[in-house]
Design a protein. Structure first.
Length: 71
């Protein structure tokens, strides 16, 4: 009989942090996601409205700074 391996979980920001099940990263507190999850960081950022707002504000600031430098 074949055994099915439990999925390993890892932090999207710290790939060296692993756990046997879901939980939080001991370094940053982010939710651990299944390994080999495509776009895990983007999915995590979109899951929390505050993360999304901060990311959009940073992007807008960077774009404004780049436009000012082009003058």
């Amino acid at each position: 009989m074949a055994t099915i391996a439990a999925p390993a979980y890892t932090c999207p920001m710290h790939s060296d942090v692993h756990a046997a099940g879901p939980g939080k990263c001991p370094r940053c507190g982010m939710a651990l996601l299944p390994e080999d999850t495509r776009f895990a960081f983007v999915r995590h950022m979109v899951s929390n409205p505050l993360h999304l707002a901060v990311m959009l504000a940073l992007m807008a600031g960077l774009m404004a700074a780049a436009m000012m430098m082009m003058r």
